[in-house]
Design a protein around this ligand. Structure first.
Ligand code: MG
Length: 213
């Protein structure tokens, strides 16, 4: 079933971009893309007026630094003036460790399957609510991620898990990932290092991002 649509109120981030806590690793504060890899000659990610904008064509945006367990804050927007290309509309997503996706997708007037909508653990867990703000407004994700632990033989000792606040509302509460994110096939784990870069998905649509820490 579709989760309930919840108006999140007016987050203070609508007024201006927030700033990171003092002890955070700042991944993007509006000034440059130096903490990220955009791929060789990849013009699909650009800095426009202090925000990151994805433009059609190109690979994922990936941190230079690697992370395991983390708290990740990110703000994203579906631009008001740009029509998404994809049938489902403005697809992106946060890939923790480059493996485990928390979905970003425009919901407004383009309903999709519950475990594919914004705030879902893609193809695994629907969000508990749909608190998206409309095109042209900034949405916030606060993700508490625990990396998986593997035994020496490569088997999963404890799965990856996460809690997600979406515009301040809990949409995932300590859920386990069934494995690496997959589309139209079962998710499975493959042993990987303790720390890996975080990626933002490029699915051919134009979205904006800011204040990432
Ligand atoms: Mg996605």
């Amino acid at each position: 079933p579709q989760p309930p649509v919840v108006d999140p109120g007016t987050p203070s981030t609508q007024v201006k971009a927030g700033t990171a806590p003092a002890d955070a690793i700042v991944l993007f504060d509006g000034s440059d893309l130096s903490k990220w890899r955009t791929g060789d000659g990849d013009a699909a990610w650009r800095l426009v007026d202090g925000v990151i904008e994805s433009v059609p064509g190109g690979g994922y945006l990936t941190t230079r630094e690697s992370f395991g367990d983390c708290q990740l804050h990110l703000e994203w927007m579906v631009p008001e003036d740009l029509e998404p290309r994809g049938g489902a509309g403005a697809n992106s997503g946060v890939y923790l460790m480059g493996q485990y996706e928390v979905q970003i997708l425009r919901r407004e007037d383009r309903p999709t399957y519950p475990d594919g909508m914004a705030g879902s653990i893609y193809a695994q867990h629907p969000p508990l609510a749909a608190p998206d703000l409309p095109k042209g407004a900034w949405n916030t994700f606060d993700i508490l991620f625990t990396a998986p632990r593997f035994d020496e033989d490569g088997s999963v000792k404890t799965p990856a898990s996460c809690t997600v606040l979406f515009n301040g509302i809990v949409v995932q509460n300590d859920v386990d990932f069934f494995g690496r994110t997959a589309h139209m096939r079962p998710a499975a784990y493959a042993r990987h290092p303790d720390r890996l870069p975080i990626s933002i998905q490029h699915h051919g649509d134009t979205l904006r991002f800011r204040n990432i820490w």
